[in-house]
Design a protein around this ligand. Structure first.
Ligand code: AMP
Length: 510
């Protein structure tokens, strides 16, 4: 079975497979491109175009085009309606994956049934589940989910297998930012600490240019481009292209036309850097947080690996040099590293399962012996009532940056006399105040009659290798127990995923 890795990016996606020598290779799409824009154009009922054509159509047909869907993963409120049908983020992501799968199968002349999909390290439970479901809806057997920086380090580690080092991965992509510190030795990758912001990426840099141009256009012509979807889409593409130009030139021109009016805005690199400085400061703060969490100084770090298209921006490199005192490494192609690493990870899983095609080769045996230790990117707590103050608190069960898989059982006590049931509320977040955390699920355990105050209740949290939480609440005296029912709105059940998978077969994705 071929090991397949998919980088499902905010702006671009890519697919890689392990070749017969155990090395990962990008499989180009039908258009011959190594990366595919993560853009879907709803052409007609049951027909969707994914990729460059869809991206180019975003201007002329903005209402039928969906972009940046990764930012909506796990968002229960997002729906895109077309021809009277509703599409959720996982459906649209599934279309992108389906395109990658179909194109690669055609090119390789082989079926690709299973894949590993990458997610930002900072993705929470709902976003990870949604990503897994997207893969399943697209027709894959999803072998696992791997964090993007871990995948990047795998791609890097495989090309430099003999060197033992600590690597900091700074990953600024189209929509998300992740920073991860890890130790890479032959056959082992150990994540020491991770942090990130899933609302920080290239799009935010584009938005700064868009806002500036819109202000200039409004001043000159009195037209607000934010009210003109077509003009705005056009400006979005021009802004992104100007941003890229500013990575290699000192200035860029952006021509805006709307409703018969035109304006050319000239932007200097320095001006762009000033405009976006606060975005880089946000990433710098997270860099500090990761170094602090790992209790390491820059002298302990051997390499800073840059991943994600945005790291081509000179200001990013300058900031890294200033903060770390090191020259960042660019040896892995930042657009392709994640998909390549995901294919290696798929190989590791298949080799671990004894898949004959993988383990028979020398490279396969090497993969089988590779160990990856990742950490949790959030804390997981239980909602308790503080017996002293009577206020609600988030009592952390599994702390952020714990090695995974992680598990813990703790005993808590019934709060009031006469309680006949207890409710477990699972929280995600570091703050002691539950109002600043996300609830990821809740379940009620009936106690079979009223119980006195301080009656013991056992709570178990298990965080698995796919970074998905399983929680159980148990009455240790009767043995009665309940597992977490996910209450997060919008979460799909297995049956719903199956149904969507069937429906997706009817959708022609080109
Ligand atoms: P990724 O999701 O890692 O593919 O990153 C894509 C993001 O990187 C998008 O926001 C692109 O606009 C941005 N990007 C790609 N190339 C460059 C470049 N040369 N300079 C600045 N940003 C770039």
């Amino acid at each position: 079975m071929k090991a397949v890795g998919i980088d499902l990016g905010t702006t671009f996606s890519a697919l890689a497979v392990l070749n017969d020598y155990g090395n990962p290779e990008i499989v180009p799409n039908r258009e011959g491109e190594r990366i595919t824009p993560s853009v879907a154009l709803f052409d007609a009922e049951n027909q969707v175009t994914v990729g460059a054509i869809a991206k180019n159509t975003a201007v002329s047909d903005p209402e039928n085009v969906v972009e940046f869907i990764k930012r909506q993963m796990g968002n229960p409120d997002f729906v895109f309606v077309h021809s009277g049908r509703e599409f959720r983020p996982e459906d649209i992501s599934a279309m992108i994956i389906k395109k990658l799968k179909a194109d690669a199968e055609t090119l390789l002349g082989a079926e690709l049934p299973s894949a590993v999909i990458t997610v930002p390290a900072y993705f929470d439970d709902a976003r990870r589940q949604a990503t897994m479901n997207a893969g399943r809806i697209a027709g894959f057997n999803v072998l696992g989910i791997v964090n993007e920086p871990t995948a990047a380090a795998l791609a890097y580690g495989m090309s430099n297998p003999d060197v033992r080092q600590r690597i900091l991965v700074y990953d600024l992509g189209g929509g998300t930012f992740d920073v991860t510190l890890m130790e890479v030795t032959e056959g082992k990758i150990r994540v020491l600490a991770t942090d990130g912001d899933h609302q920080l990426g290239g799009k935010d840099f584009d938005d700064k240019i868009i806002m500036y141009c819109n202000d200039e256009f409004k001043r000159e012509h009195g037209i607000d481009l934010l009210d003109d979807l077509e003009a705005l889409q056009d400006l979005r593409q021009r802004a992104e292209s100007a941003k890229k130009t500013l990575s290699s030139r000192d200035s860029a021109k952006i021509t805006i036309s709307a409703q018969g009016a035109r304006l050319t805005v000239e932007m200097a690199r320095k001006q762009f850097e000033e405009m976006t400085a606060e975005l880089l400061v946000r990433s710098e703060m997270l860099l500090d947080a990761v170094m602090g969490a790992a209790e390491l100084g820059w002298a302990d770090v051997d390499q800073v690996l840059l991943v994600g298209g945005m790291t081509r921006m000179p200001a990013v490199m300058e900031m890294i040099r200033r903060v770390s005192g090191k020259e960042p490494t660019l040896s892995v192609n930042p657009d392709e590293a994640i998909a390549l690493g995901a294919a290696i990870y798929a190989g590791i899983i298949l080799a671990g399962r004894g898949d004959p095609e993988v383990v028979l080769s020398e490279a396969g045996r090497r993969l089988r012996d590779t160990v990856i230790e990742d950490v949790t990117s959030h804390s997981y707590g239980v909602l308790l009532v503080d017996s002293k103050t009577g206020s609600d608190i988030n009592e952390i069960m599994i702390a952020k940056n714990s090695p995974i898989p992680a598990a813990r059982t703790a005993t808590y006590y019934v709060h009031e006399d006469g309680q006949s049931c207890v409710e477990l509320v699972v929280l995600q977040g570091e703050d002691r105040n539950p109002a600043n955390c996300n609830e990821i699920g809740r379940v009620v355990l009936p106690l079979g009659g009223s119980k006195p105050r301080n009656y013991p209740i056992e709570v178990t949290y298990e965080y698995d290798v796919n970074m998905i939480m399983h929680a159980t609440i148990k009455d240790p005296q009767t043995g009665a127990q309940k597992s977490l029912q996910i209450t997060q709105q919008g979460r799909l059940t297995n049956a719903e995923v199956e149904e969507k998978r069937e429906t997706m077969q009817e959708v022609e994705v080109v």
